[in-house]
Write a protein that binds this ligand. Structure first.
Ligand code: GLC
Length: 406
């Protein structure tokens, strides 16, 4: 029997693809045959345990197609052949070739964990030349998020499409899209294609789109943003880019303070919908993001963990952590996608947050149960939180993140 680490390394090699001078990893060969932005950050972190050069290649490829406005898009269609995939949205409305309004990539982004990832890779071998190489693209992307994704005087960033959260059909986005808590996957996809059409009407010019259409201040996106702005500041300082170092430091603080002041009350932080005016009360795993961001007092963190995470009526299932609380009407353990099943990236983030606040035993239990999911059902896209049965794509890479549950 191969060790888990060997199995992870094998999976990462099998999912590796080449495109000209670039090398990248597909999240799943059958269902997700392109390059996705936050997946590639996960891949780089996983690869850095086996082959730090491959980790750098993964990021170079992910950052190789910035749009004119500086934004790094969430999908690169290295191969344009739609026939090779039966993946939902890509088969609808000629998305790859037309609807995004650009060629070869999407025109929306994903959670901004790139600077954090770049720093993690730098820590492995102190390759400052690599940071120099990627700095300009990253800098433009984060400056774009700190300008074009804001409305009014608030430093918080808006997402303009549910997929930008990385949690495509999360019930956090139901109200804003006029969806009832229970609906089919196709109904959800229809609404998200409507969002794309709206985005296309405003030419994906975020400020214009945000003032007219779907615009959400999402808690995970903003917590990842504030963290990565701090890392951008650290990278800039290392590269003697002092103005950038000051700029990113100031913006990072502003975002983090605004998350605490505007989105959080005691231990609960809420995303806001309809252009930032209504709190979204749907209980999803994102409730635990403030632990990762270090935004809570120890007392509030204790309350959050006891009342919500360890509560069998909400998130403490046989195989935690369900993406949506089992109390929610929207919860669906098998067909829910982001509306119930366990995904390994959130478990990894929750693990890190628990460690940050000294909940080592609970963190270890989450790690053990995550490993148990892989041992029982293989590398799947997501899992039933009650039975541990595997769901969605096969040979899915995110399971590799258990290697970084340290
Ligand atoms: C799904 C996930 C998204 C991920 C993509 C590729 O759309 O919701 O987070 O980036 O698959 O794995």
């Amino acid at each position: 029997m191969q060790s888990l680490n060997d199995r992870i390394e094998k999976l990462m090699l099998e999912n590796r693809r080449e495109a000209g001078i670039h090398q990248y990893t597909v999240p799943s060969p059958d269902l997700y045959p392109f390059q996705w932005l936050w997946d590639s950050c996960f891949h780089a972190i996983i690869l850095s345990y086996f082959d730090v050069d491959a980790a750098k290649q993964e990021l170079r490829a992910a950052f190789s197609h910035p749009l004119v406005n500086g934004m790094i898009p969430h999908i690169i269609y290295w191969q344009h052949d739609t026939a090779q995939t039966n993946w939902g949205r890509e088969m609808r409305g000629d998305v790859i070739n037309a609807a995004w309004g650009v060629v070869g990539t999407s025109a929306i982004t994903q959670p901004p964990i790139m600077a954090m990832t770049a720093w993690r890779i730098y820590e492995k071998d102190n390759d400052i030349v690599f940071l120099q190489e990627i700095f300009a693209v990253l800098s433009k992307h984060y400056r774009y998020l700190c300008t074009d994704r804001r409305l009014g005087s608030s430093p918080l960033a808006f997402i303009i499409n549910p997929d930008e959260s990385g949690e495509d059909n999360s019930p956090r986005f139901d109200n804003a899209q006029g969806l009832a808590p229970q609906h089919t996957a196709n109904q959800n996809l229809d609404r998200r294609i409507d969002r794309m059409r709206e985005n296309a009407l405003c030419d994906f010019m975020a400020r214009d789109c945000m003032s007219k259409h779907f615009a959400i201040i999402d808690v995970p996106f903003n917590i990842f943003l504030s963290e990565s702005l701090e890392f951008m500041s650290q990278i800039a300082a290392l590269l003697d880019e002092t103005d950038d170092a000051d700029y990113f430091n100031t913006e990072g603080r502003k975002v983090s303070e605004a998350v605490s002041e505007l989105l959080c009350t005691d231990s609960i932080c809420s995303s806001y919908d309809s252009n930032g005016k209504t709190a979204i009360e749907t209980q999803t795993w994102s409730m635990f993001m403030p632990l990762y961001g270090g935004l809570l007092s120890q007392e509030d963190a204790n309350e959050l963990v006891e009342k919500w995470l360890l509560n069998a009526k909400h998130f403490w299932t046989e195989f935690p952590v369900p993406s949506t609380s089992i109390q929610e009407l929207s919860f669906d353990a098998t067909k829910g996608f982001w509306r119930g099943p366990v995904w390994i990236a959130p478990n990894w983030i929750i693990y890190k947050g628990l460690k940050r606040y000294g909940f080592d035993t609970i963190a270890d239990e989450i790690k053990e149960k995550t490993e148990a999911l892989i041992n029982k059902s293989g590398f799947r896209e997501h899992y039933n939180p009650h039975t541990g049965a595997g769901l969605g794509a096969n040979n899915f890479t995110w399971g590799g993140l258990v290697i970084d549950m340290t």
